[in-house]
Design a protein around this ligand. Structure first.
Ligand code: NAD
Length: 312
């Protein structure tokens, strides 16, 4: 028996439920939303596909139904409008996350919290502080999606299967995110060495700039075109849920509370972490290039300033 609770049955929450349903990851999914009509409609629609997947009990519930969930996923909140940054959602969504935490009564819950609501790094920190839960039990989806986008663009550029590319984005899930070029390798071969052997004579430096732009601004381009992002993030969340539910000890760039790692404390941002049933089992301190180190410090500074402004 395993159960996932999803708070917020909008585009992201419902697509997460759908991807979990397709995978047959859990036996119970409860969706909670202040808009009762919407959540009931979403649940009816999901249930009508049950004939085609493994049995799973999907229902529209209340906050009381979250207590025995293995993971509570928070997606409730305002999303970006075209041209709006994630940090501009801060004050509204922080209040909402606190309200949701109070409703769930975390001290009575057995599960982990997985935060998706933006700006996700600060929301993760808000939930940790407000809930009083051990820090490893509250995880932000962080840059798992950005790392996947980075791999996708590299895959297209280098004409190699995405699954053979190892590449990470760390820091803020937002404009100041840090793209780790120094870490990129293609099945063990560092990118620079791969490029020397590659038959396609691409202009690597020019393409690096293009790739970085595409990764960093993906959400803006998608929101401009269709109003919201939901598929990529839902698969990223499913990947994190899988690592938790199946106790996989997988390395994922989730947003987590740092206490001294990378020289940073008292802040949540994304770095490679080992994820298992207990949540964040370990933060990995990967060696960074000097410029990447400086960008990570800048990302932390930016988040700290945004949080300070919110507190004042
Ligand atoms: P949406 O507007 O489609 O859905 C939000 C839902 O939250 C709505 O159905 C609304 O009724 C519900 N809601 C509002 N207040 C609530 C409350 N108090 N309790 C329960 N439900 C409540 O928005 P969306 O596109 O699903 O996006 C949701 C959030 O996810 C946004 O903050 C968005 O920025 C974020 N997001 C994060 C990532 C990421 O990578 N972390 C990616 C995409 C979207």
């Amino acid at each position: 028996m395993s159960k996932i609770a999803i708070i917020g049955a909008g585009d992201v929450g419902t697509t997460i439920a759908y991807t979990i349903q397709l995978r047959g990851l859990v036996t119970e999914i409860v969706l909670v939303d202040i808009n009762r009509e919407l959540v009931q409609g979403q649940v009816m629609d999901l249930n009508h596909g049950l004939f085609f997947v493994r049995p799973v009990h999907i229902y529209a519930g209340t906050y009381a139904d979250c207590t025995d969930a293995d993971v509570i996923v928070i997606t409730a909140g305002t999303r970006q409008k075209p041209g709006e940054s994630r940090l501009q959602l801060l004050a509204r969504n922080a209040q909402l996350c606190k309200w949701v935490v109070d409703k769930i009564e975390p001290h009575n819950s057995k599960g982990l919290f997985l935060i998706v609501t933006n700006p996700v790094d600060i929301m993760t920190q808000v939930v940790i502080k407000h809930s009083g839960l051990p820090k490893h039990r509250v995880i932000g989806s962080g840059t798992v999606l950005d790392s996947a986008r980075f791999r996708y663009f590299l895959s297209r550029n280098c004409r190699v299967d995405t699954r053979n590319i190892h590449a990470y984005v760390i820091g803020e899930h937002g404009d100041s995110e840090v793209i780790l070029w120094s870490q990129v390798h293609i099945s063990g071969t560092p990118l620079d060495i791969f490029c020397k052997q590659c038959a396609v004579a691409c202009n690597a430096t020019l393409n690096k700039n293009k790739i970085a732009e595409a990764v960093r601004h993906s959400a803006y381009h998608i929101i401009e075109a269709k109003g919201a992002t939901n598929y990529g993030i839902s698969l990223a969340v499913r990947r994190i849920l899988e690592a938790i539910i199946r106790d996989e000890h997988s390395v994922l760039t989730v947003s987590t509370w740092l206490s001294g790692q990378y020289g940073l404390s008292d802040i949540c941002l994304s770095v490679p972490c080992i994820i298992n049933r207990t949540g964040v089992a370990q933060v990995i301190e990967t060696p960074l290039a000097k410029s990447e180190e400086a960008s990570l410090v800048n990302s932390a500074k930016l988040l700290r300033n945004a949080r300070r402004e919110m507190d004042n």
